[in-house]
Design a protein. Structure first.
Lengths: 249, 382
């Protein structure tokens, strides 16, 4: 049985900010339809790693291959990859001067050259899936944080990406809004989307993750299925990290 | 059970009650609180109030009560300014303005054709009015501008349609001020956006260096020096026979100067945007120009409306510096008008008239910018 090519491959990726070594020999494969949760203390390089996958950050050494295309300075390769990879940010980053609907239709119309009516229909479809179709004509500033983040997810999905990246999607939310966003993400996971998610929501990791990757000081320290990672951590660093984040719960 | 009860109260409305009636103070209560709040405050109010009233009374007396509105005509048909001379320093001589207003507004433009220059002023005002209306903010505005400017050109130059040809060095007054500032800002603004984008570019170092050099070089030179250069030095560099007229050269100098300043304002707006906006646009796969035109630039320009209009107003007034190369704008034409020996000594009056014209234009610009800001705030709600 021929093995399916992985959706994302990171091969000995190294990155420096000035002289600071922020990613050290990061090597990881994400299979098609796999759901990976990346966790680790702040400054561990997890956000940097995920941002390298769609080249919001550039790496200096190693290879990153996304959906069969290697990330280089070639702009055409970059365009291809960004079209296939959706991203959700910690601070939502909705466009405040556009309505919710326009936020969702902008990229399909400009990048995918989709007719406006079709793009709007698609956007309404996804807004219904994230349960806020009634907000379509409003501006982002009129929505709560949880609603904004759900719009951000819908906006990324409107590009029909093969892979979704989440960079701490619930960290900027008030506690009572975290659940609505996580529910949306669980729903998305059930559709078989390939997902890489930086988060500290261990409940979410347990529920949907096929694999948890623990990073510290720029390197992958430990990885495995969520149950074994959380119940039977092998390294001291993961034990310490788990004890710290669980203390608050 | 208990937790169930708590859960239902979260998010439901708390009982509301009427906002208490505000103690609306009358004018007397307001004055007491704001003008006569204690001994020192009362003394300051009285002293300043008396000073203001005294100055106001003096001005009203000079400008209206003791002013001379018309002077008698001598048997030979000329105006007799004797009453104005006697009244000098006591009351204003509006008769001089009445006599010379056509020269003040239109300079040396041929007297019998001045209706053409006047019509141009009306067209400019109409153009600004139409442009300020959001209903026209689409492609049709480009045609309206092109058409209006063409008509203005035909009217000012003439030479066709039975209009007498008027060479450019006979133009003057208000049309010159409007031409210089309208063309100046209409060309400087797009140029400034390009320069600002170039200066922020990370991928094109040569373009960046060019933009930085341009801005720093132009900002390091006074506008007067630039106007002199455009007037005196530029013709030296051009091949023989090629010669732009003086107004075009001054216009180019003003465009280049204004663009350097506006570019820094626009750059400030771009720098103030959260980085996440550009990142989100990148992540969605938008190209550089899609990102710039649809995401970053619209937001950046909204942020910088106040300093942008501030710069616009500054340049509107700076166009009067073209007097240094012998172009008669509104201010210079008005001063020249009073060089007539009959009206010797009349100067305050013309400055007041010119100040009113400038003041109306600038106030219109600033109040329009405020209304745009309010409008945008309403839709943005953030």
């Amino acid at each position: 049985m021929a093995e399916e090519a992985p959706a994302i491959t990171l091969d000995k990726v190294n990155k420096w900010y000035g002289t600071m070594h922020v990613l050290r020999d990061v090597t990881m494969n994400v299979a098609q339809k796999e759901r990976v949760v990346v966790c680790g203390p702040s400054g561990s390089g997890k956000s940097t790693m995920i941002r390298c996958i769609n080249r919001l950050e550039t790496h200096q050494e190693g290879k990153i291959i996304v959906d069969g295309t290697e990330l280089t300075d070639d702009l055409r390769a970059l365009d291809t990859i960004r079209r296939e990879v959706g991203m959700v940010f910690q601070s939502f980053n909705l466009f405040p001067h556009l309505t919710i609907l326009e936020n969702c239709t902008l990229a399909p119309i400009s990048v995918r050259k989709m007719p406006k009516a079709e793009a709007e229909e698609l956007a309404m479809d996804f807004l219904r899936k994230v349960k806020i179709p009634e907000q379509a004509k409003k501006f982002p500033g009129q929505l709560s944080g949880g609603q904004q983040q759900r719009v951000a997810i819908a906006r990324a999905l409107c590009m029909k990406p093969k892979i979704m990246l989440f960079d701490e999607p619930t960290s900027a939310l008030d506690p009572e809004m975290i659940k609505e966003v996580l529910d949306t993400m669980v729903g998305l996971a059930e559709t078989g989307m390939t997902m890489v998610c930086v988060t500290h929501e261990m409940g979410f990791a347990r529920m949907v993750a096929d694999r948890v990757v623990f990073m510290d000081r720029g390197e992958i320290v430990e990885q495995g299925p969520p149950t074994s990672m959380f119940e039977n951590p092998q390294t001291d660093r993961l034990k310490l990290f788990l004890s710290q984040i669980l203390r608050g719960h | 059970m208990n937790s169930q009860a708590t859960a239902t109260t979260i998010g439901t409305k708390a009982p509301t009650r009427e906002r208490p009636e505000a103690n609306l103070p009358g004018p007397i209560a307001w004055a007491k609180a704001n003008l006569f709040n204690g001994v020192i405050s009362s003394v300051v109010t009285i002293v300043l109030g008396a000073g203001i009233l005294y100055a106001l009374w003096g001005f009203v007396g000079w400008a209206f009560i003791r002013a001379i509105w018309s002077v008698p005509t001598t048997p030979s048909g000329a105006l007799d300014p004797t009453t104005c001379r006697i009244n000098h320093g006591i009351g204003a001589c509006w008769a001089a303005i009445h006599d010379k207003w056509r020269f003040m507004l239109f300079g040396r433009y041929p007297y019998e054709d001045q209706w053409r220059a006047g019509l141009c002023v009306v067209l400019f005002v109409g153009l600004f009015y139409v442009s300020s209306n959001r209903r026209f903010w689409n492609k049709s505005l480009i045609y309206i501008w092109a058409g209006t400017l063409l008509v203005i050109g035909v009217l000012m130059w003439g030479g066709v349609l039975g209009l007498a040809y008027v060479p450019q060095d006979e133009w003057g007054g208000l049309p010159i001020t409007l031409i210089l500032s309208t063309f100046g800002l209409a060309f400087a603004f797009p140029l400034s956006v390009l320069v600002a984008l170039g200066r922020r570019s990370t991928k094109l170092p040569a373009v960046k260096i060019l933009c930085v050099t341009y801005v720093e070089l132009i900002r390091g030179v006074p506008l007067i020096a630039l106007l002199f250069m455009a007037n005196v030095m530029l013709p030296l560099f051009l091949p023989e026979g090629v010669n732009f007229d003086k107004l075009v050269r001054a216009q180019v100098a003003i465009i280049l100067f204004a663009a350097a300043y506006l570019a820094e304002v626009v750059r400030g707006g771009l720098a103030a945007l959260p980085k996440g906006q550009a990142e989100a646009a990148d992540a969605l796969g938008l190209t550089y120009w899609q990102k710039t035109l649809k995401i970053t630039l619209p937001q950046a320009l909204r942020l910088v409306i106040p300093p942008l209009v501030n710069t616009f107003i500054g340049f509107f007034k700076d166009t009067s510096l073209v007097l240094t190369i012998g172009i008669l704008d509104l201010l210079t034409a008005s001063k020249t008008a009073m060089a007539d020996p009959i009206w010797q000594g009349v100067s305050t009056e013309i400055y007041i008239v010119v100040a009113i014209i400038y003041g109306v234009c600038c106030y219109t610009m600033s109040s329009y910018s405020r209304s745009v800001e309010r409008n945008l705030d309403r839709t943005r709600n953030r």
